[in-house]
Ligand binder design. Structure first.
Ligand code: HPA
Length: 276
């Protein structure tokens, strides 16, 4: 039987991090495939996930597996470099460990990032899409299982999951720097195979603009904890059937071209959060 994530496990991890970092943390940023370079803070404190008791370490190339804390101008930020995915097979609760930890650290603002396949015609490799809503096709939900009331409600309202204020901040930041920031609906699949062309046609009919294998479980758990959530998809490829074939190397490559633009958008969002 796999160990499940429980409040004691999270408390142990928090105590360990708090032994290294004593300042309040205003925002957390979870970085997906190939996006580790976005974590630039002054006087960084780096804690490899492997040093944090109970932390599920990812096995995916491009996912670095460490926590970087520090200040960016005046705002204190925790960058999570790499995430555990549901498809790694260790249970959905492992995929949301970071978010439980972020909540227990007292962080109220979370920015999630991912690489995704573009379904809507105007979404091409290198484009950035801010998630306005999602379709959960993972076949599971991270809130299934024991309910710990200190984590929040059993039945969590997702009517306003992706924070409207954050959407406005990010749009304003992008416009100021003349960066195109798309908005759209993200469909989460379990993976790890990419979708079939027929599945992509189905998702398109159901209103999905982009598709990926992460973010949704984390966003749901963040909502349970009452956090404000922003989420960005970096379009790494056109989804199956809309281009010849798909591969992970291409996902990593597209991430590189969009990195400076995504960094500008996230930095401007962080500075607007700081100015509140
Ligand atoms: N499908 C699912 N996940 C992905 C894709 C895709 O096309 N691209 C990057 N992550």
């Amino acid at each position: 039987m796999q160990t499940t994530v429980n409040p004691d496990l999270i408390t142990r991890a928090v105590n360990f991090i708090r032994s290294r970092v004593d300042f309040p943390i205003q925002a957390a940023v979870v970085l997906g495939s190939g996006l580790s370079e976005l974590a630039k803070v002054d006087n960084p404190i780096e804690i490899p996930y492997a040093e944090i008791a109970g932390y599920p370490v990812s096995t995916i190339p491009g996912h670095k597996g460490s926590l970087i804390l520090g200040f960016q101008k005046d705002i204190s930020v925790a960058y999570f470099l790499g995430r555990k995915h549901y498809y790694e097979g260790e249970g959905i609760d492992k995929a949301v460990f970071s978010v439980r930890l972020i909540a227990a650290l007292g962080i109220k603002n979370i920015i999630l990032t991912n690489a995704a396949g573009g379904i809507r015609e105007d979404l091409s490799p290198g484009d950035i899409m801010m998630i306005t809503d999602h379709l959960n096709f993972m076949g599971t939900n991270p809130l299934i299982g024991a309910h710990h009331s200190q984590w929040g409600e059993r039945f969590v309202d997702l009517s306003n999951l992706y924070n409207q204020q954050f959407l406005e901040y990010a749009m304003a930041g992008a416009q100021e720097k003349t960066i195109i920031l798309h908005k759209g609906i993200y469909a989460a699949m379990s993976g790890p195979s990419y979708e079939t062309p027929a599945e992509i046609r189905m998702l398109k009919m159901l209103g999905a603009d982009a598709v990926g294998m992460s973010t949704v479980p984390e966003a749901i758990v963040a909502a349970q904890h009452g956090m404000r959530v922003a989420a960005f998809s970096l379009i790494s490829n056109k989804a199956a059937g809309l281009q010849a074939s798909l591969n992970h190397a291409e996902v990593m490559e597209a991430a590189q071209t969009a990195l400076p633009r995504l960094k500008t958008i996230i930095d401007s969002l962080l500075s607007r959060i700081d100015a509140e």
